[in-house]
Design a protein around this ligand. Structure first.
Ligand SMILES: C[S@@+](CC[C@H](N)C(=O)[O-])C[C@H]1O[C@@H](n2cnc3c(N)ncnc32)[C@H](O)[C@@H]1O
Length: 419
């Protein structure tokens, strides 16, 4: 924005009013945010830091006696977002960072961003154009890995927040935030580009990669022009949509699938599943689908990243197992082989699907804590638990699945990790 334009003068006046005196008659999110960075704004942020939802109204009423109402509301909104962001960014960073409602939802969690930044540095990358930087989740991790970042977003408030985050975390010298449409930015002087397109439309998540903003085809073109690139995409992307010149990596953190990434300039055609913390990376070897075989003593539930990456065959080979059913990603084997890529269960009982039989068996075993897992069954775990009413001191896991097409229940317990 031109700094002497009427819009800029108006905004400067609004910030001044918000920061220094009483009521403000207009609403400008950018001005409200800028006012939060003033001395008064920071004082209010400190005042509301620990505020519980139940106390918000009372605290806000007290603070509004001496401070502009809009600034108090902005500080309370940040406090709420900071609390919500602890899971993604950890309490130390979340407590210093700034957010927007969308920015917090869309940001990459710190563990995943740090892993990606490490991969970039291992590839020799020293500078990255972060196209669609949001509030800076990835830019922060890259800068912390020593990478110089051009962080681009077209939303002015998001850029202001990203800039404030870089400063708050002492990374301002490494992160240059630019308000622009990414399709108009020259990235030729950077070692790599990273694109994390917006995948939320007006009505929730967008599934068609061409409906991403910017569309996936634009991101792929930008990636192919750069020496190295990574594009973050939805984990549910059909494998047919993956360009042949990309490596595809699915990433999970503590068992939850977080994202898929297309890498360019690494190993075209490679498919891998990476599990955090770790990282532990399982590389695809193009194995054929595993054989279907009768249930053995052990059942392996592959990590979600392994399943999304279509690497169940690699896990089956590692544990010497096969599938219970050709359409279901449960692996069965006679022996227990420790693997980071799947959780092993010892199976004690196999029954055709029947609530009555399950109830009787659980009563006989005095099972009060029942974990329900399912693949290939429409039964709702909560409903099942309500109907069988588990009671007793023991615990068990029931798998609702199919064995060669037949609805089946397999009952067992996790193999302890120390064996
Ligand atoms: C998924 S978020 C990025 C999150 C970010 N990686 C992080 O960890 O915080 C996507 C961002 O892309 C921005 N965006 C979408 N289309 C854009 C375009 N054509 N040019 C610039 N920014 C764009 C949106 O404003 C949004 O902030």
């Amino acid at each position: 924005m031109n700094r002497t334009s009427p819009r800029h003068r108006h905004r400067a006046r609004t910030i001044h009013r918000l920061a220094h005196n009483g009521a403000v008659d207009d609403h400008d999110p950018l001005a409200s945010f800028a006012a939060l960075l003033t001395e008064r704004g920071r004082f209010l942020l400190d005042e509301v830091r620990e505020v519980e939802p139940a106390q918000e109204l009372a605290v806000a009423t007290r603070l509004r006696r001496e401070h502009p109402a809009e600034l108090v509301s902005a500080a309370i909104a940040q406090a709420r977002w900071r609390q919500r962001a602890v899971g993604k960014f950890g309490s130390a960073d979340a407590g210093r960072m700034f957010f927007t409602a969308n920015g917090i939802e869309q940001a990459t969690r710190a563990t995943v961003a740090a892993y990606r930044a490490e991969r970039f540095t291992e590839l020799g990358v020293r500078s990255v154009a972060d196209l669609c930087c949001g509030i800076g989740g990835d830019a922060i991790a890259l800068a912390r890995a020593g990478v110089r970042v051009l962080a681009v977003d077209r939303d002015p408030l998001t850029c202001a927040v990203a800039r404030a985050n870089a400063d708050a975390l002492g990374l301002g010298d490494l992160i240059d935030v630019r308000e622009a449409d990414v399709t108009a930015v020259d990235t030729s002087s950077y070692d790599a580009v990273f694109v994390d397109p917006a995948r939320r439309g007006g009505r929730g998540r967008v599934f068609d990669p061409e409906a991403y903003s910017p569309p996936l085809s634009w991101a792929v073109e930008a990636a192919l022009k750069a020496p190295r690139a990574a594009l973050k995409i939805a984990p549910g992307i059909p494998h047919e949509a993956i360009p042949g010149d990309a490596e595809a990596e699915w990433v999970s953190d503590s068992g939850d699938v977080k994202e898929a990434v297309l890498w360019f300039g690494t190993e075209p055609g490679l498919v891998r599943a990476t599990l955090l913390p770790g990282p532990r990376s399982l590389r695809g070897r193009g194995l054929p689908d595993p054989q279907v075989r009768p249930p053995g003593r052990y059942l392996y539930e592959p990590d979600g990243a392994v399943i999304r990456a279509h690497l169940v065959a690699e896990v089956a080979e590692e544990v010497g197992g096969g599938l219970l059913d050709e359409t279901i990603a449960y692996v069965t084997a006679d022996a227990v082989t420790p693997t980071p890529y799947a959780t092993a269960y010892e199976i004690t009982d196999q029954l055709p699907f029947s609530l009555k039989k399950l109830k009787a068996l659980l009563r006989e075993r005095e099972v009060g804590t029942l974990t329900v897992k399912k693949r290939g069954s429409a039964v709702e775990p909560e409903e099942l638990r309500r109907k069988v009413k588990p009671r007793g001191p023991n615990s068990a896991t029931v798998f609702l699945t199919r064995v060669r097409g037949a609805p089946t229940m397999l009952i067992g317990h996790p193999v302890s990790s120390d064996r």
